[in-house]
Design a binder for this molecule. Structure first.
Ligand code: SF4
Length: 327
């Protein structure tokens, strides 16, 4: 089992398969074409499958496929199929902006994808275009419906809540969760945007969100599925619908962190906010054997940070932006 120096079990791998994205979300601001990582630097499907296999052999139970936008990686379905067949992998999910999900979801389900988390930061079509840079609100709604119809369960919908941008929609999002039967998760705005426009006063905290939503409908806390679950879960008191709040800034959950990340260009990040990275790709491409890779990963986990430092005066945001980390 992978255990860090604070005794935390690392069971959850976030695997980024590309830095490319077809959106330009204001809280991320991915690199534009021309500044993307050279394709030769991205891990190949063979390399991604091999490292996934090695991580699972070290006790990883859950793999979340991320990006950029994972569905823009060509033939990503075949990669999902290869990873889904790894013995011992218990949970395979994906975070996507759903722009092309409706076209691919049936195939993804067939090859073994179990669930999806879909980013949707507004229910207003014009605001959607302003936040994402893409006029494709309806396509994302179709993606949500297609995921529900394909039987991926649960379908989670994530919104990054930013003051004076979409915090006026908290009750609309709650209604959407109840009407659609999706789990809506509200994410506190984090300092991961490429142009470093984040500031604390733009963060809408868990307390504020709870106050606003429970004025609409009473909420009952739900127990976490696992100790390391990032969202605090709530059910509406009438039993109709569930929401979650991921409060990384106001209520950090690092004490139970079970996560490790691999970037699309093969760097291990032991924390979302790491300012150091470990080059697994170099080792992979140097012909290292599986046991050497296992030793390297164990050693890296031993150096996992205790927590993020967002609330510390000397906080330094990561040098990589979100689209190159993969959330
Ligand atoms: S901020 Fe880092 S340590 Fe904290 S929960 Fe996230 S990944 Fe884990």
């Amino acid at each position: 089992m992978l255990r860090d120096s604070f005794g935390r079990h690392i069971t959850d791998l976030r695997l980024s398969v590309t830095d490319r994205c077809n959106f330009q979300c204001v809280y991320c601001k991915p690199q534009l074409e021309g500044r993307w990582v050279d394709r030769r630097e991205l891990l190949t499907f063979e390399e991604l499958e091999r490292v996934a296999r090695i991580f699972v052999s070290l006790g990883i139970e859950k793999i979340r496929i991320t990006g950029g936008e994972p569905l823009v990686r060509q033939n990503v379905e075949s990669l999902i199929g290869r990873i889904a067949r790894i013995p011992g992998l218990r949970d395979l999910c994906m975070t996507t902006n759903a722009y092309i999900l409706a076209d691919k979801v049936e195939e993804l389900r067939k090859v073994g994808l179990q669930r999806v988390s879909i980013s949707l930061d507004t229910l207003n079509s014009e605001k959607f275009t302003a936040i994402t840079g893409q006029d494709s609100f309806q396509k994302v709604l179709q993606g949500i419906d297609a995921a529900l119809a394909a039987g991926l369960k649960p379908v989670k919908v994530n919104a990054v809540i930013m003051r004076d941008i979409n915090d006026d929609e908290l009750i609309d999002f709650a209604r959407f969760a109840r009407d659609k039967g999706v789990v809506f998760r509200f994410i506190e705005f984090m300092p991961l945007d490429a142009d470093h426009q984040w500031s604390r006063n733009r963060v809408v905290t868990l307390e504020e969100m709870l106050r606003i939503i429970s004025a609409f409908k009473g909420l009952v806390p739900l127990p976490p599925h696992t100790l390391s679950e990032t969202a605090r879960r709530f059910q509406f008191e009438d039993g109709d619908g569930e929401i979650g709040i991921i409060a990384s800034v106001s209520r950090p959950f690092c004490g139970q962190c079970s996560r490790i990340r691999l970037t699309a260009d093969g760097k291990i990040r032991t924390c979302l906010f790491s300012i150091v990275e470990y080059d697994l790709r170099a080792l992979l491409r140097s012909g290292a054997g599986d046991s050497e890779l296992c030793d390297f990963i164990r050693d890296v986990v031993d150096h996992k940070e205790e927590r993020h430092h967002i609330n510390d005066p000397d906080f330094q945001p990561p040098r990589r932006d979100m689209s190159l980390i993969g959330g």
